[in-house]
Design a protein around this ligand. Sequence first.
Ligand code: CA
Length: 229
Amino acid sequence: MPRLLLIEDDAAIRTSLTRSLSERGHAVASAPTAMAGLQAVVDTAPDLVVLDLGLPDLDGGKLIQMVRAVSKVPIIVATARDDQAEMVRILDWGADDYVVKPFASDHLEARIRAVLRRMASGDPTQAVVVGGLRIDQRTREASLDGAKLELTRKEFDLLLYLAEHEGEVVSKRVLLAEVWQQAYGGADKTVDVHLSWLRRKLGESAAAPQYLLSVRGVGVKLVGPGQET
Ligand code: CA
């Protein structure tokens, strides 16, 4: 059972996340301050840390760097700020992934599973690889057969999410929730438009797919080449 450490000063969020992550089979410990969190990292060597960036006693960025100085434990950051410069900083400080507040616990759990899976795969670059596709979350770069793909932020997030769920049919509702953080009931068009842009950049089309297969009435799945069926 993966042991998670949640560093979060908001008692209500701490309680609800501890409950929902425990229900999903994680052993969850928590700390209400940066210093208590750092102490817990040293004392308990958790498998993964979820860290709120806005802590009362220490800047979250500082805390990430202090954790990094003593441990290689994967870190997922929860941040209230959704801008690209902030995300790049968070990853530069040594975090492995981030979620933007407010987030659904399902979304966080998916990120946790993905990070733990990457760790278990032993790939130090932590890139997701499917066939000729290589998606590196740290640098936010993706390539196809060695050629760099010029993707917008949402295209990158969409490709990464689908690649992390290789072979699984993912519904547009789930994509809206996970990639756009939009509540269910949003417009499918958003997903369709981005999928078609992504297809074009991958050099394929809905009629002649290679990686991105539409499953009529259900959603889309990403597969390796030659796995159309
Ligand atoms: Ca906070």
